[in-house]
Every structure is written in structure tokens, then in C-alpha cells.
Design a protein around this ligand. Structure first.
Ligand code: HEM
Length: 458
């Protein structure tokens, strides 16, 4: 893509063709924090006006936001220079240890190679069958006319699916509920700690104590599952089987601590991001009745009232576009950071080792020059003839390059199965009087979303 800035004598175009700038409205001491906290979404969406690499001050710390898709691609493919790090990942490491999403470049390739077989396409039909069971369990429990909290329902489905596909053996209901609670508390804790000075983290406040307890308990639950008596090394078709096999694969195998870190990471990623995506999907069904009608027609034709299976996926065209567009409008991971590992140059700016960069799928996905009418929910923009005109690196809900999400195909299958199964069996209506807005949390979630469910089964 061609950068949008004209070179001039005062501002010559840098060697890589991209321009850097500063976000306006910086306040002494706190920098841009007030804008980011009070008005995060318009503030983020405004940044591309000031350059392809825009400096934002978070208190005294500079964060360079990559606002151009091609520049971002350049950064994401060079994960040696632009390594995992920065405030978000430093905090997340307290919980995820050396889990794949947070481990440094030096460890990454080996760990990714060891866990990759768990996401091989041949394993997807087995995972989809387990997804179907979990979807049935949750949506068959709804009563005609019941009001559900969309985020809780999405969490319930995502947790059930994460545990059954990862551990095959089911956790008992009480442990499952506890694990869900621990994930919610640790995610909220990571986000809170991002915004508070480090010194405050050590104070024995109720929130800090709850965070420490949840973190320890989550690791304990995972360790118990890994060490479950009688768990053999045979392949149960779940993710843990692959990790255990990788753990016993000679000198290159995973250590017990690495294994726990991977399972905790998959568990947290598999629940939080997916629950957020599912909740937004439910919101958009109710927000756009005309699209929901088309979706119901597709579900009725393909499923005729039953729960969707893996074999149905190729015929669920609109549902797949619906999910793709949901992830554009409401990308669950709205910000990610990188730390420069060696002095370098980017967009005409010298970046010393240790400099922190960030990218935001939300920001890119809302750029009007990349997506026509970006605020409009339009699944048909992903029809092949229209999608061909979308800039190549503009859509990044799963990131890009070597650190791209390992769970992309898993997530797309899951969200499509959930969406179609729900629309086949239930009609969803929003509860009157609520304004649905994204809340500023570690993942993008709807602040308040209650829906009434009416049965479509006669
Ligand atoms: C809506 C669902 C999901 C979204 C939007 C999402 C998004 C992302 C993004 C943007 C990244 C890259 C982060 C970066 O650049 O720093 C990532 C990495 C990752 N995700 Fe996901 N994710 C989702 C679901 C999942 C699921 C279901 C799993 C596992 C079961 C998973 C496991 C991972 C792992 C392990 C990484 C690190 C990959 C690596 O560094 O090699 N994600 N995800």
C-alpha cells in the first residue's frame, strides 16, 4: 500500500517509505492515558491521521503504535527484532510463564513445532464433534422466553469446548466453574496491572490477593489434569495427548513446567478470546435482523433443526462470512505489544533496543481507507469478488507472521458451528433499553448484553 503522506523538504520521506508522528493532546505526567481510558475507541481510530508509526505516551512511557498494514506486516514477520514483550506480555508472563503466546523468540520455534500437531487439520473433525456435544449441552438447557446474559453463555460454551478438546476427560462441574472463575480473575488482574504502578501490585489488597489465589489455583487445576492417575500416553484425540507425547520425545521434549505453561496458555486463550467473539456474534444476530433472517435460512437448509457438524462447514458460507466480519468489527485482541531486541530503524525513526511497539487490530479494521464504511456490519464484504479489493495485510484478528494465532482454524470452526446451531434452534431478541458498547478490558467484550431466547423447535 502507498503511504498517505507527501514528502517535503522539511519532512523527507524515510528510506522505508513510511512516516512517523506523534499523537496530539498529550498531558504532562499522564501523557495520553486520559484519552485512552475515557475515549479509547475514537482515540485509537484517530491515530492513523498522524502517521504510519505514531507515538503515544502512557504516562512517562512511549509506545509506538503501528498504524499501517504493510508496516505492521514488516514488523510481525521480523519476530527476532520485534520480539514478544512490552507491558501486556510482561504482565501476561506472570500467568502464562513460557507459554507459546508470550515466550521470547529464542524459545518460540521449538515450542511451536512441538505443539503444532495438536492443530493439524486432520484433528479438526474430532474437535468439531466435541464442540457439537458442548453446544448441545448449553443451548438445550435454555428455556423458551428465557433472558440470557450473552457473555456468560459464550463463556460457558467456550469453557466446555476448551476443556473437552484439550483434556478429553471432563472436569466435574464444580472444578469447571472454578476454572472459569480463575480465568476471569486472572485476565482482569492482568489488565488492571497494566494500568497501575508496579509498586501497588505487591500490596495485600483484596484484588491482588484474589489475583494471586486465582493464578495459583489455575496452575494447580492444570497440574492435576496433567498428572491425573491412570492418564496414559496414548492419543485420546485431545490436545493434551499431543503435549504429553511432546513431553516424552527425547532430549528436545518439553519440561513439565513448559507443559503446564502451554496448557494454561491454551486454556486462557481458548476461553477468553473465543467467548468474546461468540458474545459479539450473538449481539450482531440481534442487531441486524435482515442478516439474521438470511442466516436462519442457511441454517434451515443445511441443518434442518439439528446441531451443526464438521461436514456441514463447507456449506455454511454466510455463517463463515458472518464470523469473519464479527472479528473485523470486534477483534477480541484489540492491542498487542512488541519489544525491540536490537537497535533498528522504522518509519524514519531510530528505535533503540527496549523500545515498545504496539499494534491494534481494532485500529486497522476501522480505517475507512482500508474497509469501506468500517462501522457497518457487512458480512458480504467477504464475498470473493468484493474481498479481492481489501488490502492484503489489513485484516489481522489473528495477527500475522511466525507468531500468528495457532488456534485460528479451530476458532473459525467453533464460532461457525455455534452460530449456525443457535440460529437453527433459537430465535434471539435483544432486551429493550440496553446500549451495547465495547468495554475496555484485556479482550474486547460487550459491556452489557442480555438477550431473550425463543425456541424455533415446534
Ligand atoms: C476468537 C478467537 C481468537 C483470537 C481473536 C485470537 C487472536 C490471537 C492473536 C491476535 C494472536 C497473536 C498475538 C500477537 O501478535 O502478539 C494469537 C496468538 C496465539 N493464540 Fe490465539 N486467538 C483466538 C483463539 C485462540 C485459541 C482457541 C487458541 C488455542 C486453543 C489460541 C492460541 C494462541 C496461541 C498459542 C498463540 C501464540 C502463537 C505463537 O506465538 O506461536 N488462540 N491469537
Amino acid at each position: 500500500m502507498t503511504p498517505r503522506y507527501e514528502a517535503s523538504a522539511r519532512h523527507p520521506r524515510p528510506a522505508d517509505g513510511f512516516r512517523s508522528g506523534n499523537a496530539p493532546g498529550r498531558t504532562p505526567v499522564v501523557g495520553h492515558l486520559p484519552q485512552l481510558v475515557r475515549n479509547p475507541w475514537p482515540f485509537l481510530a484517530s491515530l492513523p491521521r498522524y502517521g504510519d508509526l505514531v507515538t503515544v505516551m502512557i504516562g512517562p512511557r512511549a509506545l509506538h503504535m503501528v498504524c499501517d498494514p504493510d508496516l505492521l506486516h514488516q514488523v510481525l514477520v521480523d519476530d527476532r527484532t520485534f520480539d514478544k514483550g512490552g507491558p501486556l506480555f510482561d504482565k501476561a508472563r506472570e500467568v502464562l510463564g513460557d507459554g507459546l503466546p508470550v515466550c521470547p523468540h529464542a524459545q518460540h520455534r521449538r515450542l511451536r513445532r512441538l505443539v503444532q500437531p495438536a492443530f493439524h487439520p486432520t484433528r479438526m473433525p474430532g474437535y468439531s464433534a466435541l464442540m457439537g456435544e458442548q453446544i448441545t449441552e448449553v443451548i438445550d438447557g435454555w428455556q423458551d422466553g428465557q433472558v440470557i446474559d450473552a457473555l456468560s453463555a459464550a463463556h460457558e460454551i467456550a469453557t466446555g469446548i476448551a476443556t473437552s478438546t484439550m483434556f478429553s476427560t471432563r472436569l466435574d462441574a464444580a472444578t469447571l466453574a472454578e476454572a472459569r472463575q480463575c480465568v476471569a480473575i486472572t485476565m482482569a488482574g492482568i489488565y488492571r496491572r497494566l494500568l497501575t504502578p508496579t509498586a501497588l501490585e505487591r500490596l495485600p489488597t483484596p484484588a491482588n490477593r484474589a489475583y494471586d489465589r486465582a493464578r495459583a489455583r489455575l496452575h494447580h487445576i492444570v497440574d492435576q489434569i496433567i498428572d491425573e492417575p491412570g492418564r496414559d500416553r496414548t492419543d485420546h484425540g485431545d490436545l493434551l495427548s499431543i503435549l504429553l507425547a511432546a513431553g516424552s520425545s527425547g532430549t528436545d521434549g518439553m519440561t513439565p513446567q513448559e507443559m503446564t505453561d502451554q496448557v494454561v496458555s491454551f486454556f486462557i486463550s481458548g476461553i477468553t478470546s473465543v467467548a468474546s467473539a461468540l458474545a459479539w456474534t450473538l449481539h450482531l444476530i440481534t442487531d441486524r435482523p435482515e442478516i439474521a433472517e438470511r442466516l436462519q435460512a442457511e441454517s434451515d437448509t443445511v441443518l434442518a433443526g439439528r446441531i451443526a457438524t464438521h461436514d456441514d462447514l463447507p456449506r455454511l458460507d454466510l455463517a463463515r462470512r458472518f464470523v469473519t466480519e464479527t472479528l473485523r468489527l470486534y477483534p477480541p485482541g484489540w492491542i498487542f505489544t512488541r519489544r525491540v531486541s536490537a537497535d533498528t530503524h522504522l518509519a524514519g525513526r531510530r528505535l533503540a533496543a527496549g523500545t515498545v511497539l504496539a499494534y491494534s487490530p481494532y485500529l486497522l479494521h476501522r480505517r475507512p481507507d482500508l474497509f469501506a464504511h468500517p462501522e457497518r456490519f457487512d458480512p458480504d464484504r467477504w464475498l470473493p469478488e468484493r474481498a479481492a479489493s481489501i488490502a492484503q495485510h489489513a485484516y489481522v484478528p489473528f495477527g500475522a507472521g511466525p507468531r500468528k494465532c495457532i488456534g485460528e482454524a479451530f476458532t473459525l470452526a467453533q464460532a461457525t458451528l455455534v452460530l449456525t446451531s443457535i440460529t437453527a434452534c433459537w430465535h434471539l431478541r435483544p432486551v429493550a433499553g440496553q446500549t451495547v458498547r465495547p468495554a475496555l478490558r484485556a479482550t474486547l467484550i460487550p459491556q452489557r448484553l442480555q438477550l431473550e431466547v425463543d425456541s424455533r423447535r415446534t
